[in-house]
Design a binder for this molecule. Structure first.
Ligand code: AMP
Length: 418
């Protein structure tokens, strides 16, 4: 038989060893904060019909044009691995009439997304997002609440050095005028821009602001800004959002460059950047998308939300936020007769809600003690033949080395007290 080592797929990663503890803490904090803000968890499938994204994210977006994993399944259905969560969340909202089922239509989800991008630090082909969405409220009060919650999640994870950036990209009433002004200003200089921007100038000129190509920047810097071309209702909406953020005492910057890559955004857009994690510094981003529910076959409902990249949040979390999962007891059996009682005792500890490990390979007491050290156990519970006869156990605290012998019947309460 030929032996070969098969490595993981490029752009994917295993989350192993200490890092898993960061992820578990992150997920706990996120769920708790979502609950505090009245959000209800939902879980949607990883595979969806391809058209959900070509319609929902937008046919001309980079995601749909270049990054989706699409395949035909054995029944001839065109399927994709989801590249983002919002269209799935909206689909589920409509399909299950969640607006009627929930007291307020606020939902969140955690899970993997897939994009065929060029992998680098902080950018992967399979990555994970927290996705938060709220529906049915057009008021700027909701924009501010959602932005404040996003900051709270980042703060709750102990991430310090961040920038909150906001913008307004207008609505279907003011966008055409802005696009006209932008194309006018651009004029013949469009030929100086990169191929992607030339394509964007035809399909979605606003997205020229997303361009990162160095040579394009001098032209892009001269282009008009959306916030100078808002209609009066978009202008009022944006100033109300800012007023509430000010009252919340949140630090933010307005950036005219923040337009975000998806078709459905309107009015408020926002991002939180992490300054400690390198070039791929967007921790989360989102915005308002009032037309999307209708586009995806639902009622005409407002919507706003954001997606946070969990890999990037983990990268930005401080090391001291690592929590080590302690094992309550490592049960050591001395002598063959003690083996089965040790296994039964371990079972009893586990049933009582304690974490316990026992040697199942008949190793020597010395080897078992060594393992106990490596297991990060707070206590070693020793069961020798003497203890067995008298219904006793010895317990050793690993931090102080103190050891005492107690009644076997008392061990659960003893460890619980500890
Ligand atoms: P987007 O859905 O593109 O607005 O992205 C929302 C957030 O997801 C970003 O701010 C990143 O934190 C994260 N993200 C997006 N694409 C990737 C990727 N390829 N790898 C890792 N994180 C990503």
């Amino acid at each position: 038989m030929v032996q070969i080592m098969i490595s993981g797929v490029r752009g994917t990663r295993d989350i192993v060893l200490d890092e898993i503890e960061q992820w578990q803490r992150l997920e706990r904090v996120v769920r708790e904060i979502c609950h505090r803000y009245g959000y209800h968890e939902i879980r949607t499938p990883i595979i969806e019909r391809e058209e959900l994204f070509s319609k929902g994210s937008g046919e001309s977006t980079d995601i749909v044009q270049k990054e989706m994993y699409v395949f035909e399944d054995k029944g001839g259905e065109k399927i994709t691995l989801r590249p983002e969560a919002t269209p799935s969340m909206v689909r589920a909202l409509v399909e299950h009439s969640l607006e009627q089922e929930l007291p307020t239509a606020k939902i969140y989800s955690l899970g993997p997304m897939f994009r065929y991008e060029r992998p680098q630090k902080g950018r992967y082909r399979q990555f994970h997002q927290l996705d938060v969405e709220a529906f049915g409220i057009e008021s700027a009060a909701l924009d501010a609440e959602v932005i404040e919650m996003a900051v709270q999640i980042v703060n709750g994870l102990g991430i310090k050095d961040i920038d909150l950036v906001i913008n307004s990209v207008g609505c279907s009433a003011c966008r055409p005028d802005f696009t006209k002004a932008l194309l006018n200003e651009l004029g013949s200089r469009v030929s100086e821009l990169c191929g992607d921007c030339q394509r964007r100038s035809k399909t979605n000129p606003l997205r020229i602001f997303d361009c990162k190509v160095h040579n394009d920047q001098s032209v892009i810097d001269t282009l008009p800004h959306t916030i100078d071309h808002l209609c009066s209702s978009c202008r009022t909406h944006f100033s109300e959002v800012r007023e509430i953020l000010d009252r919340f005492k949140l630090d933010y910057k307005v950036s005219h460059r923040l337009v975000r890559g998806l078709d459905y955004y309107m009015r408020t857009t926002f991002e939180i950047l992490g300054n400690s994690i390198g070039a791929q510094d967007a921790l989360l981003g989102g915005g308002r998308y009032d037309g999307l529910v209708k586009v995806l076959g639902g009622p005409d409902r407002a919507g706003i939300g954001f997606a946070a990249g969990l890999e990037r949040l983990v990268m930005a979390m401080p090391d001291e936020s690592r929590e080590t999962l302690l094992t309550d007891a490592y049960v050591v059996a001395i002598g063959d007769k003690a083996r089965m009682p040790a296994q039964i005792l371990t079972r009893d500890l586990r049933h009582a809600g304690l974490s316990a490990v026992v040697d199942l390979e008949a190793k020597s007491p010395r080897a078992q003690m060594k393992r106990a050290d490596r297991t990060n156990a707070s206590h070693v519970v020793i069961l020798g033949e003497d203890e067995l006869e008298q219904d006793l156990v010895s317990v050793k605290r690993m931090d102080t080395g103190e050891q005492e012998t107690i009644l076997r019947a008392d061990i659960i309460n003893y460890l619980r007290r500890e």
